[in-house]
Every structure is written in structure tokens, then in C-alpha cells.
Design a protein around this ligand. Sequence first.
Ligand code: TRP
Length: 340
Amino acid sequence: MKNKILLTGDRPTGPLHIGHYAGSIKNRIEMQKEFETFIMVADAQAITDNYDNVAKIRENVYEVVADYLACGIDPAQANIFVQSMIPELPELTQYLLNLVSINRIGHNPTVKAESRQKGYEESVPAGFYLYPIFQVADIIAFDADVVPVGRDQAPMLELARDVAGKFNAQYGDSILVEPEALFPEMVINLPGIDGNKMSKSLGNAIYLKDSREVIAKKMKKMKSDPTRASISDPGDPDKAIAFTYLDIFDKDVEGVAQLKKEYRAGGLGDGVIKQRALEVVDAFIAPIRKRREEIIADTALIEKVLAAGTAAAREKSHKTLKRCKEAMGLNYDFLSLVTS
Ligand code: TRP
């Protein structure tokens, strides 16, 4: 019996890449066995900065679910659901908004950085500005004990704990769970091919759906030690991203150590390292890619998974919202007088 609840989610702005796998999916596959797991495809949140391109978000909901399933998130263990299908979430947000100041929202460093990136400084859409409170509701609505997320989400979790604590202080002890952030230790920060954080918007990602040919092209562009003028010069393996990939994906640790030695001495070309990185990354992706192709072609399967997960998510969040409204004294029952 699983007695602790885990909630986490992703914005469906594109298919998932190997950085997502290393940074979160792998950990979820482990944790789904121990926790009652809810995984949210956060389409409503994704729309806060894509309101002019809802079709893109809509398409990527199924892409992300296909990625989850292909990687090994098991719908028998985890409830995969679509955020916009849960009206309890915005309703809960409405009550939580009273417990947070505008200043507090404005000080969230993640939202500040995102605003700058999107050029929102002049005029921030209110929906985007408030998304952290909606995210707090996402977490609280599921009575989540743990929320495994990246470090950038730390301010959201701090907010969630504060808001839950404030709600309890105002409306009744232990109505809401104060969630813990979990920054999984086993996760790896896999850089993109240019050495920056792997991200769709930077165009430096390798996707779980990429063909071998596509991966090969990306590997060719991969950053290597920029100070090295010719192959015979000594190189620094720490500056060659292909080596970072070998460190993560190549099981032949000694072989990699030997290559690093040769690279340092000079005489070992980057092409050799990149070819080896291609082999190990493609070997990792190949079985996922194959499963994914079958899954993405099977819309009925994806919808069956989402139907079950979303129904479970609605039931859970409905219970929490009812508990909150009762605690607040908003427990009218006069609708029962209506006879049709
Ligand atoms: N903000 C998260 C992201 O950008 C997605 C998300 C939405 C989420 N709601 C959540 C994560 C609740 C954890 C818990 O990836």
C-alpha cells in the first residue's frame, strides 16, 4: 500500500529530450513504485506564455504522454492527467490567492527570470504573473507529500508550503498538507550540445524521438574544446561536451578514461569522441524511440491512459477542494432542494 503522495508535472511545449530523462523521468520511474503518483501535463500553465499558440500546446500533450509511456512511466502505477481537465484547480486557486501578497509573487526569482527572457518587463500578462499560485494549487489539490522538481522550482515549493501553512492557520489545523520539495540526488544535469542547459528554446536538445540521422547531425555540431587549434594540440576533455555524454552514457568507464588521457596528450580528434557519443546515445534512445513510434500512432491508447489518470486526478482534487470549502464554511447544500 502506497501511503505517500507524489505530484509533479511538465509543460507540454514540445516533446521531451534526454535532459528531461536524466533530470526527472528516470527518477519518476523509480518513485512511482513507492508513491501514489500523479503526473500532470500542465497545458493550462503552458498557455500562460503561449496563449497565442494553443494548438502547439494541445498537440504536445500527446507527444509528452507518448514520451512518458515510452520511457517506462507505468499507467498502472502513475496517474497521468491533463491540467485543463481539472476545474477544481482554478477554483482552489481563487481561495489561495487571498493568502499571498502581490509583492510576494513579484519577488519570485524564477518568474522574474522568465519574464525577462520573454520580454514581459513592460507588460506582464496577469495569467503568467499568477501562474505560481496556480501551481501551488496543483500541488495542494493532490495532498502531495513530495514534489520532485528541478532547483528552478524551489521558490514555488516554498510558496506552496507557506500558503498551505497559512490556510491551516486561518481555516483549521491539518486541512492541507505542507508539501516537501524533493531535488533528487540521482538526477544528472545533462548539458545541451552547445554546453548550456538543455532546453527546447535554446535549440540545443536531443529528443527522445530523434532518429539516428538527426542525432548524428547534432553530434557534429557539439561543442568541443574551443582553445584547440589542431588535432595534435592537447585538449581539455572537460571542455568537450561529447566527453560529458560519454561519462553519462558509456558503460566502458576505463575506455573513456583512456580516451581522455589521449585527448589531453593531443592527437585524438573530436570526431572520434563524437562518433562514440553518437553510438552510446543512439543505443540508449533506440528502444525508447521504437516504443514511442508505436505509442504515438495509437491515439486510443494515449487517450485511455489520460482518461483513467484524469478521472483519478479529478476525484482526488474534488475531495481536497470539498474539504477546503467546508473548512472555510462554504458548505452550502441548498442545491439538494432542486428537483428536476
Ligand atoms: N512548472 C513546471 C515546469 O515548468 C510544471 C508544473 C506545473 C509543475 N504544475 C506543477 C511541477 C506542479 C510540479 C508541480 O516544468
